[in-house]
Design a protein around this ligand. Structure first.
Ligand code: ATR
Length: 262
């Protein structure tokens, strides 16, 4: 039987992970099976136990279970501890291990676009789990300044307080979404506004060289505004591929090339 992998979430039908992992496996010449698993909202823990008890090798975790996955792990990577969320699980020496590959996936996607992060200034819109997961990897990639703008200012301030000690070489700031202005190398939309179809208005006094939308496959007023300004932009498909490659590498010890899949 080939090695068994899966992605677990609720809902799960929309997940692109099986097709990505099968494409990576084909490219690097290994055999594996990667399935979607729908866990009941109150049944995540039995579902993961069941998967590993049946000989599963690796699990990706998606919405809404990443925080629960974090809580379950005996061993965590540094970046997963900082993110307080886990999207990649495996068992080693009988212990559940967890990592969070989302942030590195974003960094790799940005690099694949040839947008430099070294000494850059970044504005991130949103202060939820999506933002929390990417601050440390962005700082590790050499970002000089990261400003977190949120509708609810106090959430951005809390995130800055929580994370500042982990990113001593990057300046972290919190602002209200109403007070956007200034110039940034890169602006990242990590709000769930595109998912709910809400518009985000970027004022004229806010300028940026590049724009990245973490969501993909949905109309995005954020990207429309970047497009109309003539700014290079990307949706989050590259990040999705990037995080999948990172997970694939953890489990299989081989790293497919991101540019082959975007
Ligand atoms: P995730 O884990 O995907 O980041 P989340 O924790 O629910 O999800 O966070 C969603 C983020 O999108 C929050 O920063 C939220 O702002 P608030 O903290 O003020 O709620 C932001 N968001 C969602 N809809 C928004 C909208 N229409 N305009 C601006 N920000 C929005």
């Amino acid at each position: 039987m080939s090695k068994q992998f899966a992605v677990i979430g609720h809902p799960i039908e929309q997940s692109r992970s099986p097709e990505l992992h099968h494409a990576f496996a084909k490219k690097v010449g290994i055999e594996l099976t990667y399935q979607k698993r729908l866990a009941p909202l109150d049944g995540f823990i039995p579902s993961i136990k069941d998967f590993f008890a049946q000989g599963g090798i690796g699990l990706n975790v998606t919405v809404p279970f990443k925080e629960q996955a974090f809580q379950q792990c005996k061993v965590l990577t540094e970046r997963a501890k900082i993110a307080k969320a886990v999207n990649t699980l495996w068992v080693k020496n009988g212990q559940l291990h967890g990592d969070n590959t989302d942030g590195q996936g974003l960094v790799d996607a940005i690099k694949a676009l040839d947008w430099s992060l070294e000494n850059s200034s970044i504005l991130i819109l949103g202060a939820g789990g999506a933002t929390r997961g990417v601050i440390y990897p962005l700082a590790q990639a050499g970002t000089k300044k990261i400003v977190i703008a949120n509708r609810t200012l106090v959430r951005a301030e809390q995130l800055v307080n929580d994370l500042k000690d982990f990113v001593p070489h990057s300046e972290l700031q919190a602002i209200s979404l109403e007070n956007l202005d200034g110039h940034f190398d890169l602006i990242i939309n990590a709000t769930s506004a595109s998912l709910s179809g809400d518009a985000l208005i970027l004022p004229k006094t806010l300028t940026f060289k590049y724009a990245y939308e973490m969501a993909y496959g949905k109309p995005s007023s954020f990207l429309e505004q970047a497009k109309s300004r003539g700014v290079p932009y990307s949706d989050g498909y590259g990040m999705l591929v990037g995080q999948a490659i990172e997970s694939f590498n953890i489990w299989n010890g081989i790293r497919p090339n991101l540019k082959d899949f975007i």
